[in-house]
Design a protein. Structure first.
Length: 191
């Protein structure tokens, strides 16, 4: 039986230190770490952890939002863990108990999974409302374009393209501008 930790932050800028500290306080044999959005389907460390899972192992997370994206994702994850005769424990969500001894575990998982999904949806809604308000007040302009009019790389790429002495592939390699960005900018300039 191993105590396995799973740590995830949404971006490389975020610090997973708090999660590591909480998991190490209860003593982990191994910790898998990911720095990417939970919304993405491709979570290689999670997959690696699930593949290495053995009977009797316990996966620990600081809270369920670190390991699941949605209620459906939670159920699929729990089914996989149960098939391996392993367990999942959350430090924050202490109600979670996958053992057969708890007749309420499936009911509680359904309710709490729904609560977690509601929480994510409310955050998304508040974020959207904040952006809409900022737009009305003229404070929000959206994401800054990577290849703006004064971007040296894109301007040099356009210059090289117009000279006609190089292939698009060569231009993109030299200027470090993607092919699609170059074509998009060329169509903007020519219109």
């Amino acid at each position: 039986m191993m105590k396995i930790g799973y740590v995830r932050v949404s971006s490389v800028d975020q610090n997973p230190g708090r999660q590591f500290q909480q998991l190490n306080e209860i003593g982990m044999d191994i910790i898998f770490e990911e720095k990417l959005s939970g919304a993405t389907q491709d979570r290689p460390e999670l997959q690696k952890m699930l593949e290495s899972l053995q009977q009797g192992d316990i996966i620990f997370v600081t809270d369920l939002t670190r390991i699941t994206r949605s209620t459906r994702d939670l159920f699929e994850l729990v089914d996989h863990i149960k098939r391996k005769n392993a367990n999942l424990k959350s430090l924050k969500d202490t109600w979670l108990d996958l053992s057969e001894e708890n007749p309420y575990s499936q009911f509680l998982m359904t309710v709490m999974g729904g609560v977690n999904q509601l929480e994510r949806d409310l955050i998304r809604m508040r974020q959207r409302e904040g952006i809409d308000l900022a737009k009305k007040e003229g404070k929000y302009r959206g994401r800054v374009k990577k290849y703006h009019d004064k971007h040296a790389g894109i301007n040099y790429a356009i210059k090289l393209y117009r000279e006609g002495k190089m292939t698009v592939k060569q231009i993109c390699e030299i200027t470090n501008v993607s092919r699609s960005a170059l074509y998009r900018k060329l169509s903007e300039v020519n219109n």
